[in-house]
Write a protein that binds this ligand. Structure first.
Ligand code: ADP
Ligand code: MG
Ligand code: ZN
Length: 615
């Protein structure tokens, strides 16, 4: 309906503008055109030209005089004055009297020229243009104005990208859930026989880069049905109602093509909770309402299945996530150790690797990395190999590329003073030694004091042996102690402190705060949550949910907790001062030491000393 009306409206606009243009044309352009040939001068000029004998032709009528110069190159016009001897003087000056110097247009012709012809022209052009636009609108894509209400969902042709479930790794649960859908689309009868119906909608939720979009593409690759893919932001339009009409169009197309899959990526762009505090957003709310209506409007067995992905599930409107719309929520979490190894293997197929490459170790080092980051690590490693002129990717390339992802590139021209380098060496060994001297902390993998582009002057890499799902209070405390170890070493050895501990301080505080406000690990608060996580998958921001007095108390406890661990770290380092010195000297000389070297030095020194003491 809308689309039929719209052309008329735009034509009316067009005529309005044409009329305005026409008036402007008559006001400014036309007078200039007719004045071009005939100059209007005052009577004085005429008289002086007559006296000088510079008059060629002249024509006098009842209200004006038209004349030319002697050469008849210029045309002039002037008014008529009461001048009795004019004719005589002109005759004497040698002027030639003529009644046809210029052709004067009759009023009718003027009228025709300035009003009727332009109007006819404008109308003709207008008709032509509008016909042109109508043709395009009818003929398919390409017209700007008439295409606005159409959804531009791409239909994936089967295997256009060739992505299959085998290209996705480490998210087995999600894969299982989705392969059921594929199976249903292939053979609905076995589900229908038992009375089961497929979920109408499936929501993939998880942090960025875990493979949500990839999974949806794999479903498209596996299922032999049309696959409509559209991003939530594509529904967002400038005009109220356009998004809603796109939704309508998308579902109309989907129903025609059923059985099929509709994939809405980043659905949070349209699915945000309605009735926000800032007066709401009409266009978005209408789009969402339309989506809700459409999802209610079809039977769950008609073969249209909706997949959607988001990394902000908590911001979605509850009406959207309720059963009956998105019945099933499939978490796509960060991969665990085994998952990371599998992802590395899947992506590793694309690269030429040396035989010594050990993905298990890389996976262990890259704890917390998402699928996208792992793919990136592999690519960085390959780039590094090319840079060095090698044709195979080595284990070292991969390890270095993890460090690049964690800490940035090695800074080639950063020159630390001797004193600074010494401080950094002690700082890093401080972390490593505190970690090694406590039970339940991850083994040290590598310590380096090569400056990085991220600004880190050095770092200590600890790598967990396996998966870690739970953390005890003691483990977190040890972690905090390890963070404070760097600063503790500086204090112990140099008696002063540096800015180098900024990042350690931030992390230690974060952990201590979480212990008290979220994990119930403080003495007085028992199991009361003082903070809630508002943004689970995007950074994990928190918001306080307690009174101002409690906040003060929380702050006090956080300080006390960190202080206690800082003291513990200082004690450990004091007790192992000899090892601290030896290790720091070693690191200072070599710039990088591996976990094994570190442990070797630590243990070698320990034995003889103990023996000495026991003797
Ligand atoms: P998002 O979850 O943010 O939609 P994508 O699906 O777009 O993430 O993933 C981006 C890229 O990361 C993919 O193209 C793929 O190369 C890689 N990737 C992410 N997760 C996985 C996974 N589980 N298995 C294999 N590759 C993955
Ligand atoms: Mg995505
Ligand atoms: Zn540090």
């Amino acid at each position: 309906m809308n689309e039929v009306k719209r052309p008329k409206k735009t034509l009316a606009y067009f005529y309005c503008i044409a009329a305005i243009l026409l008036m402007l044309f008559n006001l400014f352009v036309m007078p200039k055109l007719s004045d071009q040939q005939v100059k209007t001068v005052d009577y004085g000029t005429f008289m002086s030209m007559t006296e000088e004998g510079d008059i060629g032709l002249v024509d006098i009528t009842s209200n004006r005089i038209i004349f030319t110069n002697k050469d008849e190159t210029e045309f002039y016009r002037t008014g008529l004055m009461d001048d009795p001897n004019l004719t005589e003087r002109l005759y004497k000056a040698g002027a030639e009297f003529s009644s046809e110097i210029i052709e004067e247009q009759s009023p009718l012709v003027t009228m025709l020229l300035s009003w009727v012809i332009p109007v006819v022209l404008f109308v003709a052009v207008g008709q032509f243009l509008s016909r042109q636009m109508m043709n395009k609108a009818g003929g398919g894509p390409g017209s700007l104005m008439f295409n606005m209400g159409k959804s531009n969902a791409k239909i994936y042709v089967k295997s256009s990208e060739g992505i299959k479930f085998t290209d996705v790794a480490g998210v087995d649960e999600a894969e299982e859930s989705l392969s059921e859908i594929v199976d249903y689309l292939h053979d609905p009868s076995k589900y229908k026989d038992i009375g089961a119906s497929m979920p109408k909608g499936i929501l993939l939720v998880g942090p960025p880069g875990t493979g949500k979009t990839l999974l949806a593409k794999a479903v498209a690759g596996e299922a032999n049905v049309p696959f409509f893919s559209i991003s939530g932001s594509e529904f967002v339009e400038m005009f109220v109602g356009m998004g809603a009409s796109k939704v309508r169009d998308l579902f109309r197309q989907a129903k025609e093509k059923a059985p099929c899959i509709v994939f809405i990526d980043e659905i949070d762009a349209i699915g945000k909770k309605r009735g926000g505090q800032y007066g709401g957003n009409d266009e978005r709310e209408q789009t969402l309402n339309q989506l809700l209506t459409e999802m209610d409007g079809f039977e769950s067995n008609n073969g249209v299945i909706i997949l959607a992905a988001t990394n902000q599930p908590e911001s979605l409107d509850p009406a959207l996530t309720r059963p009956g719309r998105f019945d099933r929520r499939v978490p796509v979490e960060l991969p665990d150790l085994k998952g990371r190894e599998e992802i590395l293997e899947v992506h590793g197929k694309k690269f030429k690797l040396e035989d010594t490459v050990d993905f298990a170790k890389i996976a262990r080092m890259a704890s917390g990395a998402s699928g996208a980051e792992l793919a990136n690590i592999l690519n960085e490693a390959a780039l590094r190999a090319v840079r060095d002129g090698r044709s195979l990717v080595s284990q070292k390339d991969l390890e270095e590329s993890i460090e690049v992802v964690i800490a940035g590139y090695q800074k080639k021209n950063a020159i630390l003073t001797d004193e600074e380098k010494k401080i950094v060496a002690y700082h890093e060994i401080g972390h490593a030694l505190v970690a090694a001297m406590q039970s339940h902390s991850a083994p040290v993998e590598k310590i380096t004091i090569v400056p990085r582009t991220s600004g880190a002057l050095g770092y200590t890499m600890q790598v967990e042996e396996g998966n870690h799902y739970l953390m005890s209070k003691e483990e977190i405390e040890n972690k905090i102690a390890t963070f404070t170890g760097g600063r503790a070493a500086e204090e112990l050895v140099f008696g002063s402190v540096t800015t180098g501990a900024a990042n350690d301080i931030e992390q230690a505080t974060k952990l201590a705060r979480a212990m008290i406000t979220r994990y119930g690990m403080s003495e007085d608060f028992d199991m009361v949550a003082m903070e809630t996580v508002t943004n689970q998958y995007l950074g994990g921001d928190t918001s306080l949910t307690c009174s101002a007095e409690t906040q003060t108390e929380i702050d006090r406890q956080v300080v006390a907790l960190v202080k206690k661990q800082h003291e513990k770290a200082s004690r450990i380092l004091r007790e192992n001062r000899a090892k601290l010195d030896e290790l720091a000297e070693n690191l200072y000389a070599n710039e990088t030491i591996t976990g094994e070297e570190f442990m070797a030095i630590l243990n070698a020194k320990e034995e003889p000393e103990k023996k000495l003491v026991s003797l």
